[in-house]
Design a protein around this ligand. Structure first.
Ligand code: BGP
Length: 471
């Protein structure tokens, strides 16, 4: 029997501003650091155009409504709201999000809004050396307060910082690390400043948004032990601590856990905690966990005498081009013989989502929503003019089924938002790696007409929504 989903369960999809909007120089928006990084890629896949959602949001929202969506998770672009250091918000930027939110509301689609998804304004980056200088806390607070004041009358669900854990773990790749040589220690200082920004957002949301709810968005990758060797079990626990549990414990329990405190001590790391910081964090009581989950990882023991190795993600899109990290004395990651892999070496593992929901529910007893989950592939338009994506349908069906089992296991899950609604710019792979339910007619090499073509998965998902999760 298919699992049953709660009556008011919200079904939708997800995006982020810099990956979908385009229009980077319009209506007063100034550059974000991610614009510069994405421009290093091939023509047209830089984010100045991408899916052109900024100009076509009405068409996109209509397609969501036709598929029966009850939620849409997107992010607000900081440099649209504050293009410079003047402290004066940009009315045109505010207007765009007002229009988008109103359009969603027209069709009874609940907006779920991320405050920060990698698009730090260049002026902020220059002023505070990214997240290194505590001065950013005040500016972030100013920005989120403006968002709550302007949109809080219609937006109930807010998300603070997208995948803070991933930004720290893959600091260089996601542009957070400014100096590789000192990152081993710096990352914890930067992370602490991000924690304070997260805390500010939580506090301000509760202060300014009537009935507002806010949560963090960890990128969650369950970690399995490679074997029944007890050392592999401990290695999996170590990996889980250093890639996610440290963050989730902080969000939910509002203090640094024992593992990280002794890790800092052993490694002589000063995380830069100042007087009053922990009191601020203590006040930041989250309402739910928003979880991004695509895959699982597998860990085994790593001898203390091994050479350290950093995680080199597969950017080639050809299987088998991944270099696993090694953290001597703690863990190393490895391939899992029990799962299949995508072309970018991401594990295809539907059980991961059930594991994650069970784990987070057991540890924190907070409601959860899925804010990202999806299948990146080389989609193509067939000669019949359609886009057939059976692998994506299979991936999503299996994931949703496992999410249903987690609900049957007792987990409280309120919404599922797959990544992504339309094709959009991949973080690491331009338009080559597509996730959308709706195809965008453009390629890495050539700017085409950007026509929206619903893929087979769009129609399949629409049917699934109509039957509230049965398929
Ligand atoms: C998540 C990010 C998204 C998105 C997704 C897919 O970690 O929050 O922004 O990009 O990963 O990743 P990629 O595009 O690299 O395949």
């Amino acid at each position: 029997n298919d699992p049953l989903f709660p009556k008011n369960f919200m079904w939708g999809a997800s995006s982020s501003a810099w990956q979908v909007e385009g229009a980077v120089n319009e209506d007063g928006r100034t550059s974000a650091i991610i614009d510069i990084n994405s421009k290093k890629k091939k023509p047209y896949t830089d984010n100045s155009i991408t899916a052109d959602h900024y100009h076509r949001y009405k068409e996109d929202v209509k397609l969501m409504a036709e598929a029966g969506f009850s939620s849409y998770r997107f992010s607000i672009s900081w440099p649209r709201i504050y293009p410079d250091a003047s402290g004066v918000p940009n009315q045109k930027g505010i207007e765009f999000y007002n229009n988008l939110i109103n359009e969603l509301k027209k069709y009874n689609i609940e907006p779920i809004v991320t405050l920060y998804h990698y698009d730090m304004p260049v002026w902020v980056d220059e002023m505070f050396n990214g997240w290194y200088d505590r001065g950013i806390i005040e500016k972030f607070d100013e920005y989120v307060r403006t968002c709550f004041r302007e949109f809080g009358d219609r937006v109930k669900y807010w998300l603070s910082i997208n995948e803070q854990n991933m930004q720290i773990c893959y600091g260089e790749w996601l542009g957070v690390c400014k100096n590789k040589d000192t990152w081993f220690e710096d990352k914890w200082k930067v992370n602490h400043i991000m924690n304070l920004c997260h805390a500010k957002a939580v506090i301000a949301c509760h202060e300014l948004v009537e009935g507002g709810k806010i949560g963090p968005v960890p990128g969650y990758v369950p970690i399995y032990p490679y074997s029944a060797n007890p050392e592999d079990q401990i290695a999996a626990m170590n990996a889980e601590e250093l890639t996610e549990k440290v963050w989730n414990d902080l969000y939910a329990h509002r203090k640094y856990n024992g593992f990280i405190q002794s890790y800092w001590k052993e490694n002589n790391i000063n995380p830069g905690i100042q007087e009053g910081d922990m009191e601020l964090i203590e006040q930041a009581k989250i309402d739910f966990f928003a979880l991004n989950c695509y895959r699982s990882n597998t860990a085994k023991a790593c001898d203390i005498n091994e050479e350290p190795q950093e995680y080199l993600l597969n950017k080639s899109g050809v299987k088998g081009n991944l270099i696993f990290p090694k953290v001597p004395g703690l863990y190393q990651l490895t391939y899992n013989p029990f799962v299949e892999y995508t072309d970018w070496d991401w594990e295809i593992d539907p059980v991961a989502i059930r594991y994650m929901l069970r784990y987070v529910w057991d540890h924190y007893q907070l409601p959860m929503m899925i804010t990202e989950n999806g299948y990146g592939a080389y989609d193509k338009v067939s000669p019949d003019g359609k886009v057939h994506d059976p692998e994506r349908i299979k991936f999503l069906r299996d994931q949703i089924y496992q999410m249903g089992l987690a609900i049957m296991d007792g987990c409280e899950v309120i919404s599922y938002n797959l990544w992504s609604f339309t094709d959009l710019l991949s973080t690491g792979n331009g338009m080559a790696k597509r996730y959308g339910l709706v195809y965008i007619n453009t390629t890495d090499e050539e700017l085409l007409d950007l026509k929206r073509i619903p893929k087979d998965s769009y129609y399949w998902y629409s049917n699934l929504i109509k039957s509230n999760g049965r398929n």
